[in-house]
Write a protein that binds this ligand. Structure first.
Ligand code: ADP
Ligand code: MG
Length: 578
């Protein structure tokens, strides 16, 4: 009895800190959110040692008066929520009133602030005020944090990789800058400038500040205004593609959020336009009445709930599909490649994937697969699955080959079939190659985002161990001059990007897995797409090649290639048999 006690404020703050400030990134995020909420036009963030030794966030925002600065580090102290009803229409990034109190509990905090009239400097350690003096500061707020997590050592230990931590902070600041193009953001670590935006208010200029002119040139802006929300999307043509999802950004009322649902809509819309494991550049800005969202579902405020989710999904999909529809390009083979068309059969092959590899692939597709089978397949028919020798009878929806034998009708997914054929062909290439090194005639340049390049610089030995000769080349660029011979010609860039992606995700680099993923990637790129008219001869060729495969029934991604309808099943459908 009598064992239950109300916790001390200090203990409650430490517990809250566990959720709100779990790492340097979360401290930076909370401070930057406060600066944005204070209507700042400039926000400068300086780190030392990835934020572990020092974090400073300086803004030119509204500042605080002498009373407020004393209040701001108290638990549940906030100027942003003043009534219960306001919780249901939050228009600021912060509202929980627990960031500064949590940070103050696990670090040493110095706040200098001025609201234009009163200036003060407050020093706090372990939640205790050490100093509170008046001063003469310029308008705005500067918060310095040292000794982060000094009284919660377990948390310090958990932050193992400072490069990764810096990279995560860069990623967050980049996202904040994209969500707020009118604010100047500057970020440095150990006095080295990592990023800087001009605060011009123009999103394309901001993208140029953060990425490159090349990317900015590729972009298009799409917008729509619906009753309850509006959408603004900045998207690049599918020829711009990357091995990581880090070029997908989702903002709701300028809040950086994570949303699997919206991410899925983007990826689904791009599905037919990008190969597997390649991702688009897409920024989605959703402006919505604050009453229609709930941002109070997690202390870190990365997840939110929408009440118009379906409508938003449909609108995003519609805009992206329209954009992609306009940017898909049909190549008239008959016209462009007359001399290469001895069969003169392929019409209207729809190349939906990357423009960059388009030319390479066009040659491969014609020379290796459709018209002149490669050496591996040149030997006379070596049908592994003799059971079914189907005769093509037509094509449905320019996507499925219809074929029959004496007892069955089959539908063959032509894209999946070609993927399987190419997959097994590519496997052969890899099995046969010896580990030699090959000098590249044209070196490959890999461009990474700033945060990616930080991690890769720290892990460059992992690429070198694989005998990939990679060097830094300019700010976030890397140049590769020599690769091991198991990397297929013309796929050097994709292969290296795949390995880099594994490093970025801290996944183990298993050569066999990489080869496997690569074979899939190559096979998918080489395969003809659905929506391609085929002649009977071409269908016959595909069926023959398919049944030479070890596994003609499933594509490399595991989807079925062949669907069978037996004569009995068909007769049942027509009630000819019972
Ligand atoms: P919240 O942001 O949820 O209100 P915080 O603990 O992050 O809670 O901040 C407490 C209060 O301190 C804020 O409501 C705001 O009034 C004030 N504050 C914090 N940072 C700044 C800043 N950079 N400029 C002006 N006021 C600030
Ligand atoms: Mg806050």
């Amino acid at each position: 009895m009598g064992q239950i006690k109300i916790m001390s404020d200090s203990l409650a703050n430490k517990i809250a800190a566990g959720e709100v400030v779990e790492r340097p990134l979360s401290v930076v995020k909370e401070l930057v959110e406060n600066s944005i909420d204070a209507n700042s036009k400039k926000i400068y963030i300086a780190l030392k040692n990835g934020g572990i030794d020092y974090i400073s966030v300086v803004d030119d925002g509204d500042g605080m008066d002498n009373n407020d600065v004393l209040m701001c580090t108290k638990r549940h102290a906030s100027s942003k929520l003043t009534s219960d009803e306001m919780l249901y229409k939050i228009a600021t990034l912060g509202f929980r009133g627990e960031a500064l109190s949590s940070i103050a509990e696990v670090s040493k905090l110095v706040i200098e602030t001025c609201d234009g009239k009163e200036s003060s400097c407050l020093e706090i350690e372990s939640g205790k005020v050490l100093k509170n003096i008046r001063g003469e500061f310029r308008k705005g707020t500067a918060i310095n944090i040292t000794k982060l997590f000094y009284n919660t050592p377990a948390r310090l230990k958990y932050i193992k990789n400072l490069y990764m931590e810096t990279a995560k902070i860069v990623e967050y600041i980049r996202k904040s800058a994209l969500a707020n193009p009118s604010i100047v953001f500057k970020l440095s670590n150990d006095s080295k400038s990592l990023l800087e935006t001009s605060g011009s208010g123009n999103i394309i200029k901001t993208i140029r500040d953060l990425y490159s002119i090349e990317i900015a040139r590729e972009l298009q802006e799409l917008s729509v205004c619906e009753n309850d929300f509006n959408l603004n999307i900045i998207v690049a043509k599918p020829s711009f593609q990357r091995a990581s999802k880090s070029y997908i950004n989702i903002f709701v009322n300028k809040r950086v959020i994570n949303s699997n649902i919206i991410e899925k809509v983007i990826l689904e819309s791009f599905k037919d336009f990008l190969p597997k494991n390649r991702y688009p550049f897409c920024i989605i800005n959703i402006g919505i009445e604050p009453e229609l969202i709930d941002v109070n579902i997690h202390p870190n405020k990365y997840e939110i709930k929408f009440s118009k989710e379906d409508e938003i999904k449909i609108s995003i999909e519609k805009l992206l599909r329209e954009f992609l529809g306009k940017n898909s390009h049909k190549i008239e083979y008959v016209q462009k490649n007359k001399e290469m068309q001895p069969l003169n059969l392929i019409r209207d092959i729809d190349y939906n994937y990357s423009e960059i590899i388009e030319e390479k692939m066009k040659k491969k597709l014609i020379n290796n697969i459709i018209l002149e089978p490669t050496e591996t397949y040149d030997e006379k028919k070596n049908v592994k699955h003799s059971k079914k020798l189907y005769e093509p009878i037509g094509q449905f929806f320019k996507t499925y080959i219809l074929a029959q034998n004496d007892s069955e009708l089959v539908l063959i997914d032509q894209h999946a079939a070609m993927e399987r054929i190419n997959y097994e062909k590519n496997q052969m290439i890899f099995i046969e190659s010896k580990v030699k090194l090959s000098e590249l005639v044209i070196p490959v340049v890999i461009t990474l985002s700033l945060e990616e390049s930080l991690v890769i610089k720290d892990n460059i030995h992992k690429l070198k161990e694989l005998k990939i000769d990679i060097k830094e080349f300019g700010n976030n660029d890397f140049i590769v001059r020599c690769v091991p011979s198991w990397i297929e010609t013309d796929f050097e860039k994709e292969t290296i990007e795949l390995i880099i992606e594994k490093i970025l995700k801290s996944e183990p680099i298993e050569l066999l897995d990489i080869k496997d993923e690569l074979i899939e990637l190559m096979s998918c790129k080489e395969s003809l797409k659905a929506n391609t008219m085929l002649s009977l001869q071409e269908m016959e060729h595909i069926i023959d090649k398919l049944f030479e495969c070890n596994n003609p029934y499933h594509c490399p991604h595991g989807r079925p290639i062949i669907v069978t309808l037996s004569i009995q099943e068909i007769e049942k459908m027509f009630m000819r048999v019972i």
